[in-house]
Write a protein that binds this ligand. Sequence first.
Ligand code: ZN
Length: 301
Amino acid sequence: MFIKERSESEELKVLKALNTRMDLPEKEKQYYLNLQKGFEGEVMFDAYLRQIAIQSLILNDLLLEQNHSHYQIDSLMIAQRLSYLFEVKNFEGEYYFEGDKFKTINGNEVKNPLLQLDRNVSLLRQFFNSIGIKIPIEPYLVFINPEFTLYQAPLNSRIILPTTLNRFIQKMNKQMSALNHQHEGLSEKLVASHITKSPFSKVPHYEYSQLRKGVFCHSCGAGMTEYHSLILKCPKCRKPVNTKSALVRSIEEYQVLYPSEKLSTNTIYEWTGDLFPKRTIRQTLKENLIVSGYGPWSYYE
Ligand SMILES: [Zn+2]
């Protein structure tokens, strides 16, 4: 059972919105693409976790702090006798381990995910101890991408490859697991300890004046040039998008980048490069005032 679902982090949302509206510096752009890829990999792994049929509590995307050290857990699954900690990597291409080092086939060293996993387990174990939980933690490093190849894999049961994922899930489902209040208490404490504001955020500075105004195609990034009340068509890749959802998404992007600014018809009119009639903007703001994916829209006039 999923107790805590995964969603795009604020940081990823901001970078995504910025990426379409400014030329991110190369370093930030790479960082954004890595974040996005990592998120997609975690979502792919969730599809496997949804096949877990035994009694369990699954918490995704936890950000915790222990002794002034922050650590992030991609997925934690609490079962009767064990809790499983999963670190998910969406790497593509050929890699190998060389002692303590993790390298691409060209010999470039990459941060060793097993060391990261060790650190996370140790910090999570301290958290368990601090609240008197004795359930052992079993860590796994999951390489989720089917285009990933690992040479010289250490004979290490902690690594799950794309080709062994199904078997792993099947094996899990053969276990007996009955949960009690101790497991539930643990899950509640974890959710309560989750930190929502990431200290790792690497969002570059941005000014309103430097951001491109308009409505941008989600597939290719081109700006929409022609308005139609039902469907907008990308002038470059010809991909159609529902006009209303394009407007709602533009408003949400504005909210992500300027969370404390008040919304008004004129603000959004300018933000979307004068593409939508003001009447349509006003109506959409009104309709979505109460509920939206990003909490209540603060104001419109
Ligand atoms: Zn396009």
